[in-house]
Design a protein around this ligand. Structure first.
Ligand SMILES: *[C@@H]1O[C@H](CO)[C@@H](O)[C@H](O)[C@H]1NC(C)=O
Length: 331
């Protein structure tokens, strides 16, 4: 869709240049066309999936629908029921969502009133006979590794891993999902991070973790955080079975860096960089740890610990971005 869009725009621009000499008029026309495209694109964006009327569902031999063109949300949450309710209420309305798995690591199981509320929300959002499935994955142990536990009988290949405090418009999630479908071995998401070699340590390769500002400054990244990313469900299995136990213990003890570990795992398996999708992001809770001091030193320690465990640095830096054409000015 993007190349066609570009071509159309390019043709329009050519026509403008050929017939009208004045620079001012040309600029004016460009702005008019851009505005028209923008209005049209926004009007069209949420309807596009249903206009096409195809969600990629494939009927399996027993007559049930196998949701190949859908994705599952795996949401990590911790004692923030208002956020959880807001978040689930929002995502339940997204058109190609198949199921929601809530990773539950609290000492007490989810309350009946919470379950009732969420089930009601999901029922009221069911459409075209498709009902989103809601599952609480209740864990005995409280560990950040829980969010990457293998989910038996997950119907979709695509997992959208998300924290309970970030909200993306459905159209933006759809776009990231489409990008993921074109590269299903890759991690595709909204929150990029960077690593680089520490110049101060000459003797050995030591690395530094770079937060959002270093991505902003350099335009490159090597990780996509699992607080908002698509990946293939096979990586849950890989994380559960292959991730060294010492590394998992480190994550449980330090209550940090499971997202960096997942980036390492995928990069180690693919030898390729992830894909950053630029999208609108709305945080509905206070972000907590990332704004506290010392956070980035801890993350740097994690990176170096993981490099030692993997025996090499698997992350691959890149500057490629996938940009939703609907949110972009062409000139
Ligand atoms: C990393 O990749 C190597 C080579 O493919 C593989 O043998 C190893 O198991 C992988 N490590 C993890 C933790 O997946």
């Amino acid at each position: 869709m993007l190349p066609m869009h570009r071509r159309t725009v390019f043709k329009f621009r050519q026509a403008g240049i050929a017939t009208l000499g004045s620079v001012k008029i040309r600029i004016l026309i460009c702005i008019c066309i851009a505005l028209t495209l923008l209005v049209f694109a926004n009007w069209n964006s949420d309807a596009s999936a249903s206009v096409l009327g195809w969600t990629g569902d494939v009927a399996s031999p027993d007559g049930s629908v196998y949701p190949r063109g859908r994705y599952a949300i795996v949401m990590n949450t911790w004692k923030r029921y208002d956020l959880l309710k807001k978040s689930i209420s929002h995502y339940a309305s997204c058109p190609r969502l198949d199921s929601i798995h809530i990773v539950w690591s609290e000492p007490n199981p989810p309350s009946d009133s919470l379950k009732r509320f969420l089930n009601r929300v999901i029922q009221s959002n069911s459409r075209n006979g498709h009902q989103v499935e809601l599952v609480f994955d209740v864990n005995k142990e409280d560990s950040l590794n829980n969010r990457f536990k293998e989910i038996k009988d997950l119907r979709t290949d695509a997992v959208f891993s998300i924290d309970d405090d970030v909200i993306f418009p459905c159209s933006s999630v759809e776009f990231a999902f489409t990008v993921w479908q074109s590269a299903p071995d890759t991690m595709v998401g909204y929150v990029p991070r960077m690593h680089w070699v520490d110049e101060k340590v000459c003797s050995k390769d030591k690395y530094v973790y770079g937060g959002w500002w270093s991505v902003w400054w350099t335009g490159t990244y090597s990780m996509i955080l699992s607080k908002a990313s698509f990946f293939h469900k096979k990586y849950l299995k890989l994380y559960t079975e292959r991730m060294p136990a010492s590394l998992k213990d480190y994550i449980t003890k330090n209550r940090n860096c499971e997202d960096i570990a997942m980036s390492f795992l995928v990069a180690n398996a693919t030898g390729a960089p992830p894909i950053w999708v630029k999208g609108k992001i709305f945080e509905i809770g206070s972000t907590g740890i990332s704004s506290l001091g010392g956070h980035s030193e801890k993350r740097t320690q994690c990176v170096n610990k993981f490099v030692a465990e993997f025996g090499r640095m698997p992350l691959v830096p890149t500057s490629m971005k996938a940009t939703d054409s609907r949110n972009v000015w062409f000139w």
